[in-house]
Ligand binder design. Structure first.
Ligand code: 2M8
Length: 469
């Protein structure tokens, strides 16, 4: 099927393909739209996910800046009193037996004194903070429209800024009591790269106690169970949720007793980039100097933290297991964290780019497209079909593209954009792709895949890929 699609694509001009892609992406976002927020995917993920929503807002900003702002507004309406933005806001209208663990399983989180009013219920985890980057991009997109749109977007920034500040403050305090500049996560779901081999070492030390039986609704929505995490991984995910619930979702209690406590370099790097965006927002809304100074401190501390996680042998950053007090070795895309944080020395940037283009990642000779697999084929934990263990992810390609542009590496950014679009032209709006065959895997009509396509194609008008950025 992939070969057939590719033949069709080759006979059409780039512009025709691009126009079709934009129309298809917009239609996917419309179909997944519930009015005020967007389902992460039509059937596999019928709820609002935190970092998906931020990426979706970036895509929506090209279609309708007011709707894009609403996406973030809806998510932040469920912010916890601590400032935490929950990783899932559960959709009360989701079909029964569509997602597990759902609202019933997390309902207990609502009894925490820090939880927002429920229903709708939320989980008590969080995900990487792309939101300030999204809010700023909405404002920039509105500036390209007209005065009225710019004024509406500025007033949106005034409204969201204190919420973003509280969110980043939560991450800098509750999630970094050591003031290391690195964010601690207590569940792989919080990383967004759930079953990545990044977590194998730390998860192996988690002893699963007596487990209840639970459904795997997720397996109904994919062609083959190998595309989703294995049952041993799911047992651990649900065991960790059980412990978090037992701790009453209390951050201090979790920090003291939880068996999975890890400094996540990708999450931390996204926070640095988001703090840079927050500084620009602070400028627009004329925030007080003390707040801007605080954000500068957080960004600087984040970069220093990442610097300490640099591993000369891997030429990448490594996550850190706080429980075992050692780095978590492994070659995954998360190791490019400093690229995403930005502001690297020329030597460090060269090392990162060298690694990215090497046979360990995007330069592997057998790849269908020169795009970095989520896990290096040279890593022991690599699996080409299994979720975050090897497939390439459009959302990761977007993050790298965006970071490379920020770093002034426009040529490489453009090559990634071109390959990533070719991948989607041939395989559709999949959640992820087998890196050697290009087979689309996971969910189809995945919202953030549609959103990044819109951003790739509409950021600078419908340009032919390969032309100067
Ligand atoms: C995946 O994670 C959820 C749990 O949060 C799942 O597998 O059920 C991850 O890819 C995550 O990064 C993403 O936000 C979510 C929704 O797309 O799906």
């Amino acid at each position: 099927m992939v070969a057939q699609a590719e033949r069709r694509v080759r006979t059409r001009s780039w512009r025709q393909n691009a126009e079709d892609l934009v129309a298809q992406a917009a239609s996917i976002l419309r179909r997944n739209d519930t009015g005020d927020w967007t389902r992460a995917a039509p059937s596999l993920y019928p709820h609002q996910w935190s970092w998906d929503s931020a990426v979706i807002a970036i895509g929506l900003a090209h279609l309708d800046t007011c709707r894009a702002a609403q996406e973030l507004r809806t998510l932040f309406a469920h912010q916890w009193k601590t400032g935490k933005v929950p990783h899932i806001v559960f959709n009360p209208k989701a079909p029964p037996h569509s997602y597990y663990p759902g609202a019933e399983h997390w309902a207990c989180a609502a009894s925490s004194p820090d939880a927002p009013p429920a229903p709708p219920y939320t989980s008590c985890l969080c995900q990487p903070p792309v939101h300030a980057i999204a809010a700023l991009r909405i404002w920039e997109a509105a500036g390209r429209e007209d005065e009225k749109a710019r004024a509406a977007a500025t007033s949106f920034l005034r409204e969201i800024y204190p919420k973003l500040l509280a969110w980043h403050r939560y991450l800098a305090t509750f999630r970094d009591p050591e003031q290391s500049g690195l964010v601690t996560i207590y569940h792989p779901w919080a990383s967004g790269t759930d079953n990545s081999p990044r977590w194998d070492g730390a998860l192996a030390a988690v002893e699963v106690g007596e487990m209840f039986t639970y459904p795997r609704y997720d397996l109904q929505h994919v062609d083959d169970p190998s595309e989703r995490p294995a049952s041993a991984e799911y047992d651990r995910y649900l065991w960790l949720v059980k412990l978090i619930k037992r701790a009453g979702c209390d951050e201090g209690a979790i920090y003291r007793s939880h068996p999975f406590l890890v400094k996540d370099v990708l999450f931390s790097a996204i926070l640095v980039a988001a703090n840079e965006a927050l500084l620009e927002i602070a400028e627009v809304v004329e925030a007080p100097d003390e707040e801007r100074e605080l954000v500068v401190v957080w960004a600087g501390r984040g970069r220093q933290g990442l610097e300490k996680c640099w591993d000369e042998k891997h030429n990448m950053c490594l996550d850190y297991d706080l429980r075992a007090d050692r780095p978590l070795r492994g070659r995954t895309v998360a190791g490019f964290a400093p690229l995403i944080a930005g502001g690297q020395s020329p030597q460090r940037l060269a090392a990162l780019l060298g690694e990215l283009g090497s046979p360990t990642f995007a330069g592997h000779p057998e790849l269908r497209w020169p795009l970095p697999p989520s896990t290096s084929p040279q890593d022991r934990g690599f699996h080409p079909r299994s979720y975050w263990r090897g497939p390439t992810w459009p959302v990761v390609n977007w993050l790298l593209w965006w970071s490379l542009r920020q770093a002034g590496e426009t040529g490489l950014a453009e090559r990634i954009r071109r390959a990533a679009l070719d991948q989607i032209i041939s395989g559709g709006f999949a959640e992820y792709f087998e890196p050697f065959t290009g087979e689309p895997l996971g969910s189809n009509s995945q919202s953030w895949t549609a959103a990044v396509v819109l951003d790739w194609l509409l950021s600078d008008s419908l340009r032919e890929p390969g032309m100067a950025a």
